[in-house]
Design a protein around this ligand. Structure first.
Ligand code: ADP
Ligand code: MG
Ligand code: MG
Ligand code: MG
Length: 418
């Protein structure tokens, strides 16, 4: 059973519930019976309603006690709405303007009313259409650098950091989805796996038999399980980012917990790389997306370099945590040595990001949840060609992670995989 006070809201019930909430009713404005309500949830897990009144609009998200994509046979705790609300609150504080503002949260209903993002669209849809977003790199690297740095041991005193880890530790059911769907199932026979058959049958079988790859994905899984480095978004793909020409907003942090920073960075890079490999399948005329494809790869480059620059700048200027005590790095020699150590730290984080990039690509092609980047390529043979190129790069990134010492090496390999 579900907790007291919870019920799945239909339109009439939602209208009454919102009308009884002054902050919400005021924001929407006018008589409640004139509000328009449209369910738009296109995600895998939850309900999302767009509600509009005389004065303004809201997006209202309600968690279901099961996985929407699968149904009641796959239960999932409502508490994910609490963790999403907690993460949105903290991200809004750490990275102002880069997540939707919260207007109301109802714990019993597992419901959050937030700023309606309009005319923003889901970035993945824009990428399929071949749209470039010049402001994206600046925004997403600020989001990642600030949310990751300020929740890490570089910024927080140890006691505060440990309390913060504890505050998200209960979100383990969402973590388990990642542990299974990303780090395990694509590498074994699993009922929910699917791929573009028969073209990818042989590759899928190779990946299920490749013990070197199984070691590599297991190391990444261990890192995901055990490295409570920072508050990560946990599902930072291009379907969790809404954009206009000038704005970028990160949504849907229900998978948030204290995990490895490279998981978020790798998610962004992986999804850009998949947009790049899928692009050939969306051409109307040969080469008509070349400028877009060039922009995507330069964006991959800049996502890492600008993220790293911003993260290191925060470390230089705002370190208040218990890691790297300043008393151990006195004077000029201490400062110089610490600066070298910052570069070593970023090199290690880059390795993590490369590994997680590979993991995120493989799961989207061989696992349960697929991307419209590939799915909207109608001709399955052409889709399989794009997917096979992505898989080839992903396997190399995962098996030879250490040979990728710069982001330029990754984008070069991507170019050569096409
Ligand atoms: P899920 O957790 O089920 O994936 P999301 O939070 O990703 O749910 O939301 C599903 C969809 O609802 C998004 O893809 C987007 O189209 C829409 N949406 C979510 N939040 C907002 C918002 N604040 N403003 C406008 N649309 C939104
Ligand atoms: Mg979503
Ligand atoms: Mg999702
Ligand atoms: Mg979600």
């Amino acid at each position: 059973g579900t907790p007291a006070g919870y019920r799945i809201l239909n339109e009439a019930d939602l209208r009454d519930t919102l009308a009884a909430t002054p902050a919400v009713a005021e924001r929407l404005g006018g008589p409640a019976d004139r509000w328009t309500i449209t369910e738009v949830g296109d995600g895998n897990l939850n309900l999302v309603f767009i509600v509009k009144g005389a004065a303004g609009g809201l997006a209202v998200k309600q968690a279901l006690p099961y996985v929407r994509l699968v149904g009641e046979s796959w239960p999932l705790p409502l508490s994910r709405a609490h963790y999403e609300h907690l993460a949105l609150t903290q991200q809004g504080r750490l990275a102002p303007g880069l997540v939707p503002a919260i207007v109301h949260h109802d714990h019993a209903l597992a419901l959050t009313a937030m700023e309606l993002l309009e005319p923003h669209i889901i970035m993945r849809k824009g990428l399929v259409a071949g749209t470039v977003y010049p402001g994206f790199v600046g925004h997403i690297t600020t989001f990642m650098a600030r949310t990751l740095f300020f929740s890490s041991d570089l910024a927080l005193p140890a006691a505060e950091k440990k309390e913060a880890i504890a505050s998200f530790a209960g979100n383990h059911a969402l973590c388990k989805i990642t542990e299974d769907l990303i780090f395990t199932d694509p590498y074994r026979v699993a009922e929910q796996n699917r791929w573009t058959s028969p073209w990818l049958d042989a590759t899928a079988a190779e990946i299920r038999a490749d013990l070197d790859l199984h070691v590599a994905i297991s190391r990444l899984k261990l890192k995901f399980l055990s490295s409570a480095e920072a508050l990560i978004h946990g599902d930072l793909h291009t379907g969790s980012i809404m954009v206009t020409d000038t704005e970028t907003k990160v949504i849907d942090p229900e998978f948030a917990f204290y995990g490895p920073m490279g998981f978020d960075v790798g998610a962004v890079i992986a999804n850009l790389l998949m947009a790049y490999f899928a692009s050939a399948g969306h051409e109307r005329a040969p080469g008509d997306r070349a400028a877009f494809e060039g922009w995507v790869l330069s964006t991959v480059d800049r996502v890492w370099t600008e993220f790293a620059d911003k993260f290191v700048a925060l470390w230089r200027g705002e370190a208040a945590g218990d890691a790297y005590p300043v008393s151990l790095f006195p004077g000029e020699p201490g400062a110089a040595r610490l600066e070298i150590e910052r570069q070593a730290y970023m090199a290690r984080l880059f390795q993590d990001a490369v590994g997680f990039t590979a993991a995120k690509i493989i799961r989207r092609i061989l696992g349960l949840a697929h991307n419209i980047d590939f799915e909207l390529i109608e001709d399955p043979k052409q889709r399989a060609t794009c997917e096979a190129r992505s898989l080839r790069l992903a396997r190399t990134l995962m098996l030879e992670t250490g040979s990728f010492t710069s982001i330029a090496a990754v984008t070069k390999a991507a170019r050569e995989s096409r």
